[in-house]
Design a protein around this ligand. Structure first.
Ligand code: ADP
Length: 765
């Protein structure tokens, strides 16, 4: 007959045979304990349940339990029963039943069919491992080994040990359900080995941590000792203090860890260099450079674009299209949370406000402003620095700029990108390309600094005078914004609304104390400046104000209002500096072209003479290659159309022709003088008079087609200044008239032409 005993289910706890556990029970189980005591000789089956549920489901109860005996019972004041159970043996359960509110189970003993020799060998092995284990482990002591060595059977030994080893609950269940003592022996060995591995790893971690600590402590102690020794010897020198100070500065530097590591390394090297070593200074400068760079410091942007717009309006007159483009650019940058859009490039003649606009953007969005000029740079190293091995090496201009900025997100203006050149020392444009490329500039590497410097937070703005001269690859990356020259009246407005205030302010005088009429300012613009922008105008007005201030100081009449009249200009500024080059009278062989030069637009009289010769063409007046070609094209066109143009072919062949464009000191180039050259030639060869109030601009082809030109606004301003009344322009330039100020459009008659014959016909009419 099968044995039957009540069960005590326990959760998250395992009772193995040959071990003891304590349990506490509340009210309900009182009866159960009493029953076990009275009817079952204190024997019970303990079921270790690997579950978290309070509910007992027969089917899910394990088919194995441990027969145990209550060896002690106590009842606490709060009526809690506490019992101690001693595990005896594993039993196999065949059935659970429910009766009188208790669960019973029917069970059989389990037979462990072991091999005696195998078990003996296993016991020996386990004992040996235990000995080793207690030697190395922190968990178990020698006493444990002594206890184990006294156990007689493998069955007892494995159960006893499993309970004492630092194994998981899950593993304990495996021990419980493993009925073969030999296999449990193997499990014990596995756990030993696992433990040994863990202990070894722990030891390794331990020693690493200790080593780190030791190293730091050792270094500190040694340094302190060294200091004391040096002090004793009276040998403490400036360098030691300096090294200490540098070490502290490196520690507090706001930079990536790798940068600091690099600096510590360099400092070590610096420290070890003898005081006479030439490398000492190089090393020291490098450390100083690295310490002075803003690696991670940033300023907070102002994202209020309305305010930005207002501040641009306040600081700059007109330029509506330009300002709108800038605001759009900032809006996109703000929306995409990156500056990965193309880089802004402000293109226009000098003095039209490119730099000051960039400065205004910076102050409006609350960024630091830095400007470098790359005009004239032909050595790549100027931009990306020299290697440290190079004598007198320094970082390039970009890194120098970043140092000046003092933060890693300034607005960085790169001026005159159209004036770089390349030579055997590399191509500065390609270096710039890398710097301006948002994909690459996060890891910008200066030859001197060597470590990657993150330029991706910088807002780059570039400027150029001529769009044609910007290297093609660079142009690709840029968002070009054109600023054209100003008309006289625009300049007048700028002078009154901006420049005078600014100048008076910087000269410490109230603008109300200087009374200067529009007429006088216009006089200054016409006779004392020749420029597309207002830089020279600003300088001349400053000259006037300076002289007024001097007078006021000398006469001590601080509050006097000084009126500047036209007649005073001679006194303030000397004789007028500029005279007009336009034809003063209508003459054969002279025709007005229009030019777009450094100074903005101007009239360019073209003179032609011919004399007996052999068909040679003489060109003077500092003409560039393109303009020389235009002259040759013009001549060929006339030769092939001589009868239509009423030019005597014999004269053409038997003469030398001389073309001259006055003001030889100024270099002139560009194809747009084509139709003016042609007309000047025809005028000379056919005695055709061209009125001095007529000017023309347009490129000519061999077939007499007139091709479009650039800078119509500037050229119109130039024509207007010089009293030109009619201007021939290429038909394709008609849309550009929109950019020409209305005051000029109203005064000048524009005649659009597609073919040269249209010009000719109009002139001979
Ligand atoms: P650029 O960089 O194009 O050569 P700047 O920015 O140096 O020209 O401008 C020269 C001077 O002219 C500056 O003092 C600037 O404030 C002034 N200026 C130019 N354009 C304007 C404008 N539209 N409104 C007010 N001031 C202007």
């Amino acid at each position: 007959m099968k044995n039957t005993l009540p069960i005590i289910p326990i959760q998250n706890l395992v009772l193995l045979p040959n071990n003891e556990i304590s349990l506490e029970f509340g009210q309900i189980s009182h009866a159960l304990i009493n029953k076990i005591e009275e009817s079952f000789n204190n024997e019970v089956i303990v079921i270790s349940q690997n579950s978290h549920s309070d509910e007992i489901i027969f089917d899910s109860l394990p088919k194995m339990g441990v027969l145990a005996k209550i060896i002690h019972k106590s009842v606490s004041a709060s009526n809690l029963v506490r019992i101690e159970l001693s595990g005896k043996k594993r039993v196999e359960i065949s059935e659970y039943t429910w009766s009188d509110n208790f669960i019973y189970c029917a069970f059989d003993d389990i037979v462990d069919g072991y091999d005696e020799k195998e078990n003996a060998a296993m016991m020996r092995k386990i004992l040996a491992e235990t000995k080793e284990y207690v030697r190395t482990s922190n968990y178990l002591s020698e006493a444990f080994y002594n206890l184990v060595s006294k156990i007689n059977t493998l069955d007892q030994m494995t159960d006893f040990m499993a309970y004492k080893l630092p194994v998981t609950l899950h593993r304990l269940y495996s021990y419980l359900y493993e009925t073969s003592s030999y296999r449990r022996g193997i499990m014990i060995l596995e756990d030993f080995y696992m433990e040994q591995d863990i202990v070894n790893i722990e030891r390794e971690i331990d020693s690493k941590v200790r080593k780190n600590l030791d190293n730091n402590q050792k270094e500190f102690v040694l340094r302190e000792k060294l200091k004391v020794i040096k002090q004793e010897l009276g040998d403490i020198n400036v360098k030691d203090d300096e090294v200490e100070e540098l070490r502290e500065r490196i520690k507090s530097l706001n930079a990536r860890e790798e940068i600091k590591d690099r600096l510590f390394q360099e400092l070590k090297k610096y420290e070890s260099l003898p005081s006479m070593s030439p490398e000492l200074n190089i090393s020291r400068s490098y450390i100083e450079w690295m310490l002075s760079l803003p690696w991670e410091d940033v300023t907070e942007d102002n994202h209020d674009l309305k305010k930005v717009k207002k501040s641009l309006d306040d600081s700059h007159y007109g330029l509506e299209k330009v300002k709108t483009r800038i605001i759009e650019y900032l809006a996109v940058a703000e929306k995409t949370k990156s500056l990965k859009s193309p880089i802004l490039c402000l293109v226009g003649p000098p003095g039209v406000g490119k730099t000051s606009l960039a400065f205004s953007i910076a102050s409006a969005i609350n960024r630091k402003f830095i400007k470098i000029t790359v005009g004239g740079v032909h050595d790549e190293a100027e931009i990306v620095g020299h290697r440290r091995t190079y004598i007198g090496a320094n970082p390039g201009r970009i890194i120098q700029g970043m140092k000046k900025a003092g933060c890693s997100n300034p607005l960085f203006l790169i001026d005159e990108i159209d004036k770089m050149s390349k030579d055997y020392k590399g191509d500065p444009a390609s270096a710039l390309l890398e710097i301006l490329d948002p994909e690459q500039n996060q890891y910008f590497s200066d030859n001197y600094i060597e470590e990657a410097y993150d330029l991706s937070r910088v807002m780059f703005v570039t400027t150029a005078n001529y769009i044609e001269d910007i290297p093609e690859a660079l142009k690709d990356r840029l968002e070009i914004v054109m600023l054209s020259g100003y008309t006289e009246y625009e300049k007048l407005d700028i002078a009154k609304k901006h420049l005078m205030d600014k100048i008076c302010d910087s000269h410490g005088i109230d603008v109300k104390n200087v009374s200067i009429s529009n007429q006088v300012i216009l006089e200054v613009i016409r006779n004392y400046t020749k420029e597309a922008g207002v830089r020279e105008l600003e300088r001349q007005l400053a000259n006037i104000v300076r002289k007024i201030v001097t007078d006021l100081v000398l006469t001590k009449e601080d509050d006097k209002v000084v009126k500047v009249v036209k007649e005073d200009l001679n006194k303030y500024l000397g004789r007028p500096k500029y005279r007009n080059l336009t034809k003063t009278e209508t003459k054969v062989g002279v025709v007005n072209g229009l030019a777009y030069t450094y100074y903005g637009g101007d009239v360019l009289p073209i003179e032609v003479n011919y004399f007996k010769g052999t068909g040679n063409l003489v060109l003077t007046g500092s003409l560039g290659e393109v303009m020389k070609e235009s002259a040759r094209i013009a001549l060929s066109y006339i030769k092939s159309n001589h009868s239509k143009l009423k030019v005597n072919y014999d004269t053409l062949v038997n003469s030398d022709i001389h073309i001259h464009v006055p003001e030889g000191a100024i270099r002139k180039d560009g194809p747009s003088a084509g139709i003016a050259l042609t007309t000047a030639l025809i005028s000379a060869l056919t005695d055709l008079k061209v009125e001095k109030t007529i000017a023309m601009t347009g490129e000519i082809t061999l077939r007499g087609n007139v091709l479009p030109i650039g800078g119509l606004k500037e050229k119109s301003i130039g024509a207007y200044k010089n009293n030109v009344k009619q201007v021939f322009i290429p038909f394709d330039n008609l849309p550009d008239l929109e950019d020409v100020p209305e005051e000029i459009r109203n005064k000048i008659e524009y005649i659009p032409v597609k073919k040269y014959t249209e010009v000719y016909e109009k002139l001979v009419k």
